[in-house]
Structures are given as C-alpha cells and as structure tokens.
Design a protein around this ligand. Structure first.
Ligand code: ADP
Length: 710
C-alpha cells in the first residue's frame, strides 16, 4: 500500500482505472466464454440432429425399398419373367420415386432381365456384394459404393432375393439416389460450413451435402474410418478436416437387419469456427467496447489527473519553490481555482502572506538593529570562535582607522594589537569564551599608525544547544582617559619637580628675608629672583591650564572653513617688537585656500611657535612666517636662525614637559608644554607638525592643514 501511495499520482490514477475495469473485463470474458461453450454445445446437438435426421431418412429409404422389393418379388409377372410388363412397372415406379436411381431384376446367374432404365444385359451382377449376400443369406442385403451402370451416378444398391421353393431365383435390386438426402441439410438452417458425407462400409464417399461430387468415389482417411468402425454406433467428437477446419462431428453407422457390418456411415459436421463465430464476435465486440471505454477512462484519468491534480500540484510546487527563494508576491489562488486544491491554494497564499509579513517584520527589525549598530558611536564587532572578525560597524572601522570592512573581513585583530599586549589579548579572549571575563583593556595601533587605547565589553552569543558560536564585543576608545591619566601622572611628577623648584626658591628667599636683616640692594636682588621664579611658576600653571582646557574642550570643537592669513598676520603683529634684535616677516601668498579649523586654537599654536623662535634665537635674527598652498592642504612654517636642535631630539621636543637640556635652553624660561600643545592642536585639525633644524643655524617648524573643500 505504501509503495502504491509512493507512486506518482498519474500512475495511481491509471492503476485505479485499470482496477475499476477489471470486474467488467471479468464479466465480459466469463460471459463470452460461457456463450462460446453454449454455442459449442448447440453445435454438438445440431450435428447430432443432422446425423440423426440423415440416418432416419436413410433407414426409411431402406425400409421403403425393402417393401418395394418384397412387393415386386411377389408379382406373378416377376415369377413368370414377363419382361415387358415388369419393365413397364419398374419404369413407372422409378418415375414416381426419384430417390431411386434404378430398379432392376436379375436372374440367379446375375444377368438382368428387367430394368427401369435400359441396361446392358450382358453384364452380370453375380460378383456384386449385394448379390452375393442376398444369394448367401436369402435376406435383403446391402451393397457398396458403385457407379450406376445405367445412370453413371454414384450409388449404393440393395438386393432382395427371389426365392421359389427355397431355391434362389435371382434378385430385385434397388439403387439409391443418395443426393436426395441433401434436402435435409438445405432445410436445416445450419451454419454455412455445415456438411455431411455418406460413405460405404469401406469408407468410399458416395454422397455429400455440399460441394456435390467432390471426392466422390475416394476413400476418407483410414484413421477416420477406423475410428468409426471401432467406435459405438453413433458418436460426437471434434475432428480436424484435411483442409485444417476444426469440426464438431457426429457419425452414425447404418446397418441392415441381420447384417453385422454397417453398409454406410453417415458423418455430419458443423464448422467449429462457424459455430463459435457469433459468440466470438460478441466477445470481440464486448472486449472492443470495453477496451474503448478503458482507453477513454485512461484518457480521462490522464487528462483529469493532469489538469485537476498534477498541473495544480506542480503549480503549488513551483509556488513553494518561489516562496523558498523569497518571491512572496506570487499568488497561487489566482491560478488555482475551485476544489480542495483551490482551498489549499488560498491557504498557501495566506501562509505566504504571513511569511511575507514575518519576513517584513524581521527585515524591519534587522534594519532597525543594523541602523542602531551602524550609528552606535562605539565599536560594535562580532568575532568567530577562532577570533576572526564577522562584523564591525562604522565606528569600529573608524576606530581601527579602516576604510571598509573588506580590509578586515575574515581576519583577526592580532595585527592591530600592540605587541606587548598581544599575548594578554589572546589569553583574555579565551577567558571570555570560557565565560571567565567580560571586560578588558588593550592597546592597538590603527591602520594609519595612530595608537589607541580600547576598552572592550564582550558578550558570548550561544546557539540553541548552549554552545558559544560568536562573541559580541562593544569597544570604546579610552585613549583620552588614558592620556589624561598619563598627563596627571606627568603633572604630578612635574609638580613635584618643576613647580617645587621655583616655589622652594621663593620660599627659601622669603624665609631668609624674614629671619635676617637684609640690605636694600640685596633685598632687590632677592625680590628679582622671587619674581622670576614666580613668573616661571605662572608660565607652568598657564601651560597646564591651556593644555587642560584644550583636552577638556577637544571633543566639542566644531571646525569651519577659515582663512589662515589673518591668524598668521595677527600673531606676527603681536610678536613684532619684543626687542630690536628680532624682525618678524610674513611670506603669505594672496590666494591661500580656506582650511577647516578653529581660529583661537590655530592662533595659540602659531603664537607658541613664534614665541619659541624668538626665545631660542637669543642673538636676534629675522623670523619668517610663511605659507604655501599644496594639493589638498596648506603648509605653514615659522623659520628662525637661532640655536637649532640636535637631530636626535627632533621628535622628542613635541613630548609634554620635554625641554632640551643645554646651556642655551637653561638660560631661557620654559615649561616643555608649548610644542606639546601645538602638536595636540594640529592633530585635532587632522594636520601634521614637524621640524627641520640644524644646531647653531636655526630651525623651521612646519604645520600642514587640510583644505576645507576637500
Ligand atoms: P619650552 O620652550 O617652554 O621649553 P617647548 O615645548 O615650547 O617648551 O619647547 C621644548 C623645547 O624645544 C625647548 O625647551 C627647546 O629646547 C626646544 N625648542 C623649541 N623651539 C625651538 C626653536 N625655535 N629653536 C630651538 N629650540 C627650540
């Protein structure tokens, strides 16, 4: 049953159609076979009837002939051999009885002395079977196949002995015209192939119902003769004629009273084909009709199966494939109308609608989530268990100084991690996977080389089986905090060192003045020293405050397009005449493009560079403030001809609190904060600051700032 149900619908329908036609086929075949059997039985009966009729006819002929012969034998004209009279009587009888071929009377030697039909009287009948038997038995006796000498027709003769005072005097002979029996067949209304033959005791054909004359005088097959000889007096059997026609045959043995052997055999046959033709035809018609209905049923099963079921199910199949591939607009119910499949189509559409709604909701929530993640100011990233990056939002890419996600997709973050933190980073990631840790700090070097401190909060994401499949990390930039911490540390050390030095000096002189009598001139020297140290302290505090202020406000600056020329010129004007030794010159082209920046910050940066140029050119010199436009930027410079800087210190001078320790710088006041602030300001403008210098020759400080309309 399961196998049947697993078959394609079309095959199932065809099998059902076949099964439904089986009972009808059974009934037709059964009734057809029954009809054939009945027709066969009828043919048997008909052949028997025909044989019976023929036998009865023959027996009645024989009886009549015997009676006729008896009557003739008693005639005085016969006894007296009145040839003329008897000849006339015989001719009259023959004329009235066409069933006889001839009637004749022969003497004891077999010579015919009277005959209804003229005959050669020189021939003797003494050698004939009927004559010999009649002479021997003195009974009415039968002959055998012979061609009538008088009429030349095939016949069989009977002889009746003429006996006077127990002496054999001759015979009265009657020759039968057996063709007369044909009327029995003609009146029988039997099928066309019905026929009979009459043979003598030797099986020689004397007469037949149809095809008159055919094979007359020839013997039937010996085997057929033997069957009749050895069989009962009458029998019906199936027999195949020499021409291959199967026949239902009944034979009759006809013998005269007192004779042992039959003198003729009557064999009547009906063609089996003819007998069964009607039944066969009916069976064929019924089978053909059934076949046409079966074919019709097949056709209908095929068409209905195709149009009502298979095509519609195929449509559902295609629709489900389209649904699976995401095409939710296809409406099945437009194509699938009516019936259970129509309802299924509507259900399908409802399902598709619900799937579409859910997909839409899912899409919306996904978009919502994506928007949140993409606009999240912190770095949001997804890591695979092997540490490769599966996802990173825009803020994350910015944090790692990457242009697009493709640069990092499928890679680890190891190349970004500062080498000294790499092992710790890997170990911590493992701990996160094991659920031991969720928050950690590490330092990276961004793709563009900028070092950043990051703090990561990591949440393991689990599948339905509870296994960790990925890590969701939210990382924020803590560089500023770290720098502030550093700055605080440095400040503390600066306070402990740089600020305590002038303060200790001031307090020392004050104590001395308070505790000792001091002369006026000496007092003035002391006060001068205290003033200088106080100034130094003031500069230090101002520098801290500037730096602190900048750091605090760094995030809130909004840069706008500005012209650097007035800023540079204003700074030059302020420092134009601190002493006669220095001359501040500007070299600014008139067509400088606007840059993105903050005027006050840039003013501060220029002032710091300019004051350094003056401060570190103690012998006086020309100081040039220059600018030029480049491809996407404007480069500004401050050139002096002062003490210069040793090449190995060119980078260090931008660090906080760094001061070159040499004779010249010791002679000048300073905090080591001026260039550090310049660097912070330029970095905030996405620019670059560097210095070219030669000891004792002078220095050039450069600042490059990006143009506004980039
Ligand atoms: P300060 O000037 O207060 O010492 P800065 O941060 O401004 O601190 O400068 C750091 C150091 O760089 C200075 O101590 C000085 O040795 C060196 N320096 C700065 N500008 C010049 C210059 N124009 N020429 C030579 N040396 C300079």
């Amino acid at each position: 049953m399961t196998k049947f149900l697993n078959l394609p619908i079309r095959s199932q329908l065809i099998i059902l159609a076949v099964l439904l036609t089986l009972p009808a086929l059974g009934i037709i075949v059964y009734s057809g076979l029954k009809q054939r059997a009945d027709a066969y039985d009828d043919a048997v009966v008909e052949s028997q009837k025909l044989a019976d009729n023929l036998a009865a006819q023959q027996e009645s002929l024989t009886n009549e002939a015997k009676l006729l012969c008896m009557l003739l034998s008693d005639l005085p004209e016969v006894k007296s051999h009145n040839v003329k009279k008897i000849q006339s009587i015989l001719a009259t009888i023959l004329k009235e009885n066409p069933k006889y071929i001839n009637i004749l009377i022969a003497d004891a030697a077999g010579y015919v002395w009277a005959s209804a039909v003229p005959i050669n009287k020189m021939d003797t009948l003494a050698d004939r079977r009927y004559f010999e038997n009649a002479q021997r038995t003195l009974q009415f006796s039968s002959g055998e196949y012979a061609i009538s000498k008088s009429t030349k027709k095939p016949t069989v003769h009977m002889a009746y002995p003429l006996v006077e005072r127990n002496e054999f005097k001759g015979v009265v002979v009657v020759g039968f015209d057996l063709d007369a029996m044909r009327s029995i067949l003609e009146q029988s209304q039997l099928p066309g192939g019905s026929n009979y033959i009459i043979t003598d005791h030797n099986g020689i054909i004397i007469s037949r119902g149809k095809n008159v004359g055919q094979d007359v005088g020839k013997p039937i097959q010996l085997v057929d003769l033997k069957r009749m000889e050895n069989g009962p007096d009458k029998e019906t059997y199936e027999f195949t004629r020499i021409d291959g026609d199967p026949r239902i045959t009944t034979y009759h043995k006809i013998r005269l009273k007192g004779e042992q052997t039959p003198y003729i055999y009557i064999r009547a046959g009906i063609s089996k084909k003819d007998a069964l033709a009607k039944a066969n035809r009916a069976l064929i018609i019924n089978l053909s009709t059934l076949l046409s209905f079966v074919l019709l049923a097949f056709g209908l099963a095929f068409i209905i199966g195709k149009h009502s079921i298979i095509d519609r199910i195929s449509l559902l199949q295609r629709a489900s494939q389209r649904l699976a591939s995401g095409d939710l607009d296809f409406k099945v119910s437009d194509h699938l109308l009516g019936g259970e499949l129509g309802i299924l189509g509507q259900t399908f559409d409802t399902m598709a609608y619900q799937v579409a709604s859910r997909e839409k909701a899912l899409h919306e929530s996904q978009q919502f989530l994506t928007t949140i993640i993409e606009n999240e100011p912190e770095c949001v990233k997804l890591l695979a268990p092997d540490d490769t990056i599966l996802m990173m939002n825009r803020a994350g890419l910015d944090m790692f100084q990457l242009e697009s996600f493709d640069q990092i997709k499928g890679k680890t973050l190891y190349s970004f991690i500062a080498p000294e933190y790499l092992e710790a980073y890997k170990a911590t990631n493992k701990d996160v996977f094991n659920g031991k840790q969720k928050r950690f700090e590490f330092k990276i070097t961004g793709a563009k080389g900028r070092p950043i401190w990051l703090e990561a909060h990591v949440v393991p994401l689990r599948n339905n089986d509870g296994e960790i499949v990925s890590l969701l990390g939210i990382t924020h930039n803590i560089t500023e905090r770290k720098e502030m911490d550093n700055m605080k540390d440095e400040m503390i050390s600066a306070v402990s060192h740089d600020m305590r030095t002038p303060l200790a000096a001031m307090l020392g002189y004050l104590q001395f003045v308070m505790e000792n009598p001091v002369e006026e001139e000496q007092m003035r020297d002391y006060l001068g020293i205290m003033y200088r140290e106080g100034n130094r302290l003031n500069e230090l505090i101002s520098g801290f405050l500037d730096m602190q202020r900048f750091k605090a406000k760094q995030k809130t600056y909004v840069f706008k397009p500005i012209d650097v020329r007035p800023i540079v010129e204003e700074a030059a004007a302020i420092f134009a005449c601190p002493s006669d030794k220095h001359q501040v010159v500007t070299d600014l082209p008139s067509d400088l493009p606007l840059i993105l920046g903050d005027e006050l910050l840039l003013h501060q940066a220029f002032s710091n560079l300019l004051s350094n140029a003056i401060k570190y050119s103690p012998g006086g010199c020309e100081i040039i403030l220059g600018a030029k436009s480049e491809k996407d930027s404007v480069t500004l410079w401050v050139k002096d001809e002062g003490i210069g800087i040793q090449p190995e210190l060119l980078d260090k001078i931008f660090d906080m609190f760094y001061r070159v320790d040499n004779k010249s710088s010791r002679q000048t006041n300073g905090t080591g904060l001026g260039l550090a602030l310049v660097k912070e300001i330029v970095n905030a403008h996405s620019g670059r600051v560097w210095v070219e210098s030669e000891p004792e020759k002078g220095s050039i400080f450069y600042i490059t700032l990006p143009v506004a309309n980039r």
